[in-house]
Design a protein around this ligand. Structure first.
Ligand code: FPP
Length: 252
């Protein structure tokens, strides 16, 4: 994890205005690549390749749908339990994505951040990440965060260790420390989508999902379309987000 000086902002109230549709943070657990491939008699890596294509389509559509931050779960720290060849294939896809898409990201105003550990990645990939992050740093239409070798528990643990040394304590300043640990920020998630039929969080954005709405779909990630994303956003729009307060109809 990166160690750098901690800069804290002033504490702000925990209850913030409800986010507007214009600046949503959507996080996606892109599950089901392996089953998609296996059901077609293909190697699992073919599912991840198809999944990367889906990611491209969703990233491209996101800003037009009012999404301002999109966090995609590309590789969990728990995925190291998989065969090395599969993990290597996913890291290669990420490298390929960075090499082919960075200029498009710059042209489309997409700022790219990778959240998660970098010390277990090949040095060439770390360099490509640094180059892409530097090249896209001024993008304002979409903040694209890819979670790679990411574990929310581990990030929170590291932030807690650093937070121990901070004197002005508040939930917001903890978020700032977590943001430093992750490098790519730590903003609240509005909508979490999980494809592939499972209904669990799998160590993804545990802190940031405190008030998130969840949409689970049985679609496998390679089959997930922009229409499916729009359907999830419609479902999100129909939910009343109270954050612990009373619903409007009861509060009067
Ligand atoms: C979960 O499917 C998916 C992953 C572990 C990897 C996700 C990777 C991508 C979407 C490609 C990376 C994207 C870019 C743009 C670099 P699974 O393998 O757990 O599927 P299963 O549950 O069917 O086995």
């Amino acid at each position: 994890m990166q160690m750098s000086p901690i800069v804290l902002r002033q504490p702000t109230p925990i209850l913030q205005d409800l986010p507007t549709r214009r600046s949503l943070h959507v996080a996606i657990i892109s599950d089901g690549n392996g089953r998609w491939a296996t059901s077609r008699g293909l190697p699992r890596s073919a599912g991840h390749r198809a999944g990367a294509q889906t990611a491209r389509r969703i990233i491209s559509a996101a800003p037009g749908l009012g999404i301002r931050t999109l966090t995609l779960f590309a590789l969990s720290s728990a995925n190291w339990k998989r065969p090395p060849a599969e993990v290597t294939a996913i890291l290669r896809l990420l490298h390929e994505y960075l090499l082919t898409e960075t200029s498009n990201c710059v042209a489309e105003g997409v700022r790219l951040s990778i959240i998660g550990r970098r010390d277990r990645m090949p040095a060439t990939l770390r360099d490509a990440i640094a180059d892409s992050e530097a090249a896209t740093a001024n993008g304002t239409r979409l903040h694209l965060r890819m979670a790679v070798d990411y574990s929310a528990r581990e990030a929170i643990f590291h932030a807690a260790c650093r937070f121990y040394k901070v004197t002005k304590l508040s939930p917001d300043s903890f978020s700032d420390v977590l943001s430093e640990v992750l490098r790519g920020g730590s903003t609240d998630v509005d909508l979490l989508i999980r494809t592939g039929g499972e209904q669990r969080l799998s160590d993804f954005l545990l802190w940031e999902c405190a008030f998130a709405e969840f949409v689970f779909t049985s679609q496998r990630w390679p089959d997930f379309t922009v229409d499916d994303l729009q359907a999830a956003l419609r479902e999100f729009d129909n939910r009343e987000r109270t954050r612990g307060a009373l619903p409007d109809a009861i509060a009067g």
